[in-house]
Design a protein around this ligand. Structure first.
Ligand SMILES: [Zn+2]
Length: 259
């Protein structure tokens, strides 16, 4: 029997558990076209101050940085988001850097960046939160226009609006997920961009940076909610969706990913 005073117990309950990745719904649900959930942003913020994802009806890209959430719309505009907006898929953590590395020479492409990040990872088999602040000579992003009618995700992501900005300071926000978790979260490195002036952002497709600082957090635990909607409860998830998700992630075949 715990004999701690009630006040201490209440304090313990309020403490934030560190280094947990929160997933609001398995990404497979999004891939299978479940674009609505009743998970409010206010709920997601209980699990992190650093997040990415999308909104109900696939209405743009979500970027949360330092506890502030932004929606990058299908026309490329960036708006702050209120806590009552709902999301069908978001991943979040309370960001606290474990390591910090300066890329003084920057990087020449997203492939070059991913190679450099790979050298910083202690292992491919862990989850990481990544924050990369830098001076970017080029950033290309995409977002998703709001979907009024159901279409398969992979079809939607074949024709996505893309946006480019040169000479922009900002942050890449994202996560690395082991490949064996691909039904729960986008496998590999998944990054969204947000400019320092909060006027440009989206799902990262390509970038070059003059210099950058990488901050890394190892996430050792996972917490995930499962949707309770009829659509989720009655969907057949036996199909292998890895190909659809990979296509949605790749710029050459499709300039987009759902979240
Ligand atoms: Zn994304």
């Amino acid at each position: 029997m715990d004999s701690q005073p009630k006040d201490n117990l209440a304090g313990a309950a309020m403490r934030v558990e560190p280094d947990i990745l929160y997933i609001s719904a398995p990404v497979n649900a999004l891939v299978e076209g479940i674009f609505q959930a009743d998970t409010r942003l206010g709920e997601i913020r209980r699990h992190g101050d650093f997040a990415l994802g999308t909104f109900n009806h696939l209405d743009g890209e979500m970027v949360m940085l330092d506890g502030h959430t932004y929606q990058v719309t299908g026309t490329g505009e960036v708006h702050p988001v209120s806590d009552d907006v709902c999301s069908p898929f978001a991943i979040a953590t309370f960001f606290r850097e474990l390591s910090r590395d300066d890329l003084a020479e920057g990087f020449s492409s997203v492939e070059d960046l991913f190679a450099k990040l790979g050298q910083l990872f202690p292992s491919e088999n862990m989850m990481y939160a990544l924050r990369i602040d830098g001076c970017f000579s080029l950033v290309r992003t995409r977002s998703v226009p709001r979907q009024e009618h159901y279409r398969p995700l992979v079809e939607i992501t074949r024709n996505q609006p893309t946006f480019e900005r040169a000479d922009v300071e900002g942050s890449l926000i994202g996560f690395h997920t082991p490949s064996f978790m691909s039904s729960l979260n986008v496998p590999g490195i998944h990054l969204h961009f947000l400019s320092d002036d909060r006027t440009f952002g989206g799902h990262l497709l390509q970038c070059r940076a003059r210099h950058a600082r990488v901050r890394l957090q190892i996430l050792r635990r996972l917490r995930m909610d499962l949707p309770t909607s009829l659509a989720y409860l009655t969907t057949d998830f036996s199909r292998d969706t890895a190909g659809d998700l990979a296509e949605a992630e790749s710029e050459k075949k499709a300039p987009a990913t759902p979240a």
